[in-house]
Design a protein around this ligand. Structure first.
Ligand SMILES: C[S@@+](CC[C@H](N)C(=O)[O-])C[C@H]1O[C@@H](n2cnc3c(N)ncnc32)[C@H](O)[C@@H]1O
Length: 392
């Protein structure tokens, strides 16, 4: 692979979660990427090496930033094997580096992504062995080099993964005893809420604090990649430009706003969650920006005339249906009576229980939380006579 000059443009594909493609496209636009095209759980664009580094550091809704190196059609196993061998892999990574293949296969005559990954790995390993008598090792957990294979209807895109470990693992969250929201999903939801990063932001069922931290990072203009402990994938590439990355890193650090930009408040009824949130907030260095308090949402009042409220109430099936319906009814009543003037967003996977909120939604955005089909429901809570009172 020829060394990439840092001002030369190349194709970049940023992957994301379903429903966040437009948010990610806007983030890439902010980085001055060109030829931005929105796809399915991915956005493609064109940019240079500096922008590739910036995308890894700054994109809040990207899972991975990929650099495609080859597109081809694979009718059968032989085709796939031969096409992969057409790349000179020793130009891309060294024998001593460990590697892994992430394969995603859809609507193809190849049915199993694991099989496709295995075949690709064999083609690479065989090439090294033939040339040197030795083979590089595979490390599925922490490889030095990740290769991404995307196959759709037998059309293959092979890419180098510049992120390495998934970008949702920001590094501020050390608590593992709770099941928190994916950081990319949380950041996407805050962006979809349209919050202006100045008015009051509240998550009254904050759990481990993911919405609060993602919102605060946006308000303070903190790059989410700055918390990362493990190296990015591109740091192991042959064209890694350390000086350039240092410049991108230092510029990002300098852009952080130090004084709190907005009132950001979290409540939770469970003291263990509050403790977990406190630890995470401190890890992110946001203890002066976010206020959290142990409180029952149903006993709280809006802390300001207007603002944005985002919440992810419990929705798992373990809760008895009577209780869950009552919980959602109480959410609706509290919003209607105590949070007039706010735009409220309820993110839930329990669409049945959500009906008990009893307020008219002004927007319903489909999203997934892992495999769970979810909705982000928007309620505009008008004051006085303009109050929305209709059923869903
Ligand atoms: C699904 S979790 C939220 C997870 C959170 N988004 C995160 O990323 O960690 C729901 C939270 O609602 C809290 N909760 C339930 N009922 C509550 C109430 N009446 N007032 C405040 N918090 C409540 C639970 O303790 C739990 O932490």
């Amino acid at each position: 692979m020829a060394k990439q000059k840092h001002n030369e443009n190349f194709n970049i594909i940023a992957t994301t979660l379903s429903g966040l493609e437009e948010v990610l496209a806007a983030e890439l636009r902010d980085l001055d990427m060109e030829y931005i095209k929105v796809g399915n759980r991915a956005v493609s664009c064109s940019g240079n090496l500096r922008q590739l580094y910036e995308a890894n550091l700054w994109c809040r809704t990207a899972i991975r930033i990929l650099k495609p190196i080859k597109n081809f059609k694979a009718r059968d196993e032989k085709d796939l094997y031969e096409q992969v061998q057409k790349i000179n892999w020793a130009d891309i990574f060294d024998l001593e580096q460990t590697f892994a293949i992430d394969a995603v296969v859809s609507h193809s005559t190849f049915e199993h992504s694991l099989f496709v990954a295995q075949l690709t790995k064999d083609a690479i390993v065989d090439q090294f062995r033939k040339k040197t008598g030795e083979r590089p090792s595979v490390d599925r957990i922490r490889p030095d080099f990740r290769i991404n294979l995307h196959m759709h209807e037998n059309m293959v895109t092979l890419s180098l993964d510049s992120s390495g470990d998934s970008l949702h693992r920001r590094g501020y969250r050390l608590q593992t005893n709770v099941a928190p929201l994916n950081e990319v999903l949380a950041a996407g939801i805050v962006a979809l809420s349209g919050w202006d990063k100045k008015s009051t932001f509240i998550d009254p069922m904050c759990g481990s604090g993911t919405f609060l931290i993602e919102a605060a990072m946006m308000a303070q203009n903190m790059a989410p990649g700055l918390f990362r402990r493990d190296p990015f994938g591109f740091e192991n590439w042959k064209d890694y430009n350390e000086q350039l990355f240092e410049m991108v890193w230092n510029t990002a650090e300098a852009k952080e706003r130090k004084t709190p930009q907005a009132e950001i408040i979290g409540y939770d009824i469970d003291p263990d969650y509050i403790e977990a949130a406190r630890t995470n907030i401190a890890n992110a260095g946001l203890q002066d920006v976010i206020k959290i308090e142990e409180a029952n949402f149903f006993e709280t009042n809006a802390p300001a005339e207007q603002g944005v409220l985002v919440m992810n109430p419990p929705y798992n099936e373990r809760i008895q249906s009577d209780d869950i319906n009552l919980l959602y009814k109480n959410i609706g009543d509290t919003l209607k009576n105590n949070y007039q003037g706010f735009d409220a967003f309820v993110f839930t996977g329990n669409l049945e229980a959500a009906k008990s909120i009893g307020l008219r939604t002004s927007r319903r955005t489909p999203l997934y939380n892992g495999p769970i089909d979810c909705r982000l429901l928007k309620y505009e809570l008008y004051r006085g006579s303009r109050r929305s009172g209709g059923e869903e």
